[in-house]
Write a protein that binds this ligand. Structure first.
Ligand SMILES: [Mg+2]
Length: 325
């Protein structure tokens, strides 16, 4: 990239500031790391369970745009997705970038301006599957009833949908972190995709959770030995609804993690059966998140298994430590 001279000097100043602030950051990080290391020596650290969810079709029945953006601009969903398919094929373009571009192109054609805040507000209209609102409390209550006070339960979301819309949903606050596609709103005339999460790039975020590198400015590619990773795959359950979740489910299962597929209550479960038969998932169930559901019961069984795994590993860690004394 070539900058005009004036911009170049500004750029150099900014770069210097970044370098200086990175210096401060790395000091802080180093301090944080050594603190974490000394704590790590006295107690067993890998006691976090992570439940990780896809959004569209998993927590919500339809793609989120169908509750929000499309009604706002008067767009027929079927036609829109068909056009995304046609354009992606014609240009050999990534379908997710194509849909993010086409959404705002359509809005512009119809003279409708939708800013970030409004997209967040539209998120309130997104429908959720039965029991989703109570799910987070019920699962926590189950863990509490097991008396495992030192085990932390976290919820994460990894979605190809839009973070702006997810922020507006009632459940956004339940998540430790949400990784989703996002727009850069002031870059050009039309909002520009600043992060696109595809089926396969979803797996990057599984490794971010595994390695505890959730700050997106930090690289995920540096080698980290298994022993240093704060949330082992064995402590994770991934929830998804279909083919787009296959890369994530495969990563989970190959690394000793767990995955669960859901289908719409009273809907077609063929995809789930295929995933189950192919060994992609531990279980599948209707997307009913209430306490009396199969999904809740099967998730609790996996949590029981994870708790046992943590306790077994902790005992072994303590024994190892006692030998070294
Ligand atoms: Mg989905």
């Amino acid at each position: 990239m070539i900058f005009p001279t004036a911009n170049r000097s500004n750029w150099a100043k900014q770069k210097l500031q970044i370098v200086l602030s990175e210096g401060k950051m790395s000091d802080r990080r180093r301090a944080g790391k050594s603190k974490a290391r000394s704590k790590a020596k006295s107690t067993y650290q890998k006691k976090t369970i992570a439940l990780i969810y896809d959004f569209d079709g998993t927590l919500s029945p339809k793609p989120m745009q169908e509750y929000t953006f499309f009604p706002k601009i008067g767009q027929d969903p079927k036609q829109f997705w068909a056009e995304v398919g046609r354009l992606s094929k014609k240009h050999e373009s990534e379908p997710l970038i194509t849909y993010m571009h086409l959404m705002y192109k359509k809005a512009k054609e119809r003279g409708v301006e939708i800013k970030r805040d409004e997209l967040v507000n539209l998120g309130r209209q997104v429908d959720l599957f039965p029991g989703v609102l109570q799910w987070f409390k019920s699962i926590q209550a189950y863990l509490n009833a097991r008396g495992e006070k030192s085990i932390e339960l976290r919820h994460y979301m990894i979605s190809s949908g839009l973070k702006e819309i997810i922020e507006g949903t009632k459940i956004f606050k339940e998540f430790h972190n949400v990784f989703a596609s996002e727009y850069l709103f002031d870059a050009y005339d039309l909002p520009y995709p600043k992060r696109v999460i595809t089926d396969t790039s979803k797996t990057q975020y599984l490794f971010r959770i595994n390695k505890g590198i959730e700050n997106l400015n930090d690289t995920i590619n540096t080698h980290m030995p298994e022993a240093e990773r704060p949330i082992p795959f064995q402590n994770m359950i991934y929830f998804g609804d279909g083919e787009t979740d296959v890369p994530s489910m495969a990563v989970m299962r190959k690394n000793g993690g767990h995955s669960v597929a859901v289908y719409p209550p009273n809907g077609n479960r063929k995809t789930c059966i295929n995933l189950f038969n192919a060994g992609r998932v531990d279980y599948f169930a209707a997307a009913d998140y209430s306490k009396s559901s199969d999904l809740f019961r099967r998730t609790c069984l996996l949590i029981d298994k994870i708790i046992s795994g943590i306790n077994v590993a902790e005992e072994s860690w303590k024994l190892q430590k006692s030998i070294k004394k």
